[in-house]
Design a protein around this ligand. Sequence first.
Ligand code: T4K
Length: 390
Amino acid sequence: MAVLKANIREIVAEHGFAAPVHVTRPTMPPLADYFDLLAEVWPTGSISNGGALHQRLEERLGEYLGAGHVSLFGNGTSALIAALQSLDVAGGEVITTPFTFAATAHAIHFSGATPVFADVGVDSVNVDPDRIEACIGPKTKAILPVHLYGMPCDTGGIQAVADRHGLPVVYDAAHAFGVRVGGRSILLEGDLSVISFHATKPFSTVEGGAVVSRTSAAHDVMESLKNFGLSDGGEIVAPGVNGKMNELEAAFGLLQLDSIDEEIDLRRSLAMMYRSELEDVPGIACLPEPSGVDWNGAYFPVFVDADRFGMTRDELQGILERCNVFARSYFYPTCNRFPCYAQEPSANPGGLVNAERWSARVLCLPMYGMLEYGAVSAIAGIIRWLQTNG
Ligand code: T4K
């Protein structure tokens, strides 16, 4: 590392934060409002299995997202598993990106299929349609791209590949709550989209998620699969999971929905600030705000070129931690490196060079609505200082 230990002590002493700055924080709704909502539920004793607040949240999300049929789930992972299950992928292969959270690949595994990893682009963190097409074989059952960091995939290119081969597309839209392209919800792309409402996401129900379906028939299947495979008539028609969201989570979500526009606006202006403060730092690359897109500021990744910056991503992360800034390497390593998938033919790192390069360099900086502009400026200042004094 080029930065001297004495210099590090100096930066920590001068610019370190007194309290930890986490990669993200949920915006907590007013507690009194939460109690008011729970007061509606308490006397009923109806606290799960599709209660009144659950119903209200599903309806309000459908309107807010402008995205058809919403099925709430207890988390994004069970929603992904059920979405894939509805497409009968068991015993086959599902093509996905290796540059994502483990849940994407694990959902394929738990739906009874094998993940096949296709590389992302040179200039895009998302899976490349041409690389998807090159992976298609007789066992391919579906395509599972991810809108990483809320950045839209090349949905047109992916749909063209899917149409040529008669394959369904499920989008892992865990990061893409509220994202619109040309004013249209990104959740309307493909056959199904799956969102996460985890505490670390811009919109949260503490734990939670949803499947957005195009048709009411597909929605009915999701409703059954999230409830043990029970039909409306109370018979088991499929091996479903317990993927239900409860009333306490739905109440949290209803209140989050009241402030989500403000949350997203704040995140986007913090991202603009990061970009303008970091744009001239050699060896630090930010993703541009995608044009024509209502992006949601889900994450703020930067990519560290060690040769130009003067230290590696891990070294930068370590110094930031000493300054009480807890940036995270979302997503390193790539999924193809996990022992459970590394033996798959498509997991060979030699065929996934773009994903490996993005992943080796990525560092997600703190990003959440309550983050102060001064904190963004100070974090960018530490990074600039390290480059100049390294
Ligand atoms: N697909 C993709 C592409 C995903 O990224 C994810 C989840 C999924 C699918 C699956 O969706 P879910 O089944 O989770 O709904 C987190 C989340 O647990 C996970 O939801 C998320 N992606 C993943 C990227 O990140 P960790 O292990 O990094 O979180 P943790 O506990 O280290 O928290 C990070 C920071 O957030 C903490 O340092 C402080 C802050 N935090 C966290 C929690 C849980 C809070 O301030 N409050 C909290 O309650 O996994």
